[in-house]
Design a protein around this ligand. Sequence first.
Ligand SMILES: Cc1cc2nc3c(=O)[nH]c(=O)nc-3n(C[C@H](O)[C@H](O)[C@H](O)COP(=O)(O)O)c2cc1C
Length: 128
Amino acid sequence: MYEFLYTSQLGAQASPLVVGQILSRARPTNAQAGVSGLLIFDGQRFFQHLEGPRPTLEALMGRIVGDSRHEDMRILHEGLLPQRRYHRFDMGYAETDDLDALGALIQLSGPSAVERFLQMRTSFDIQA
Ligand SMILES: Cc1cc2nc3c(=O)[nH]c(=O)nc-3n(C[C@H](O)[C@H](O)[C@H](O)COP(=O)(O)O)c2cc1C
């Protein structure tokens, strides 16, 4: 198992409505590929935590990097993962307006970024 945590900015030409399109396509694809995770969106910026088999995730990240619906992508952490953290096999989604929390998260990298992201998760009303 492998994980990626990244942040990116909604594309200059993209509407926030693209999130619905992204999720409706990503969920069945991820479920089939054994990819799980969580996408957070504040209206401007994405944070996505992805986990799954390493070759699958690397291929997915290659597609996501090239997606013009977002830009300024920064990987906060990537690494081996002993066991899955998200047990829904697709892509959880939450919106937030807690810009302070996201602003703090974007300053972090490595395992501390993952820690902070996982702490934020508990403030959302979602089932991982
Ligand atoms: C912020 C963001 C998150 C995305 N997350 C996923 C995802 O979890 N799974 C997925 O299959 N595609 C995701 N996509 C879409 C991919 O970039 C890509 O459009 C999709 O995998 C289909 O690729 P294809 O058109 O080359 O087949 C995401 C796109 C963006 C902008």
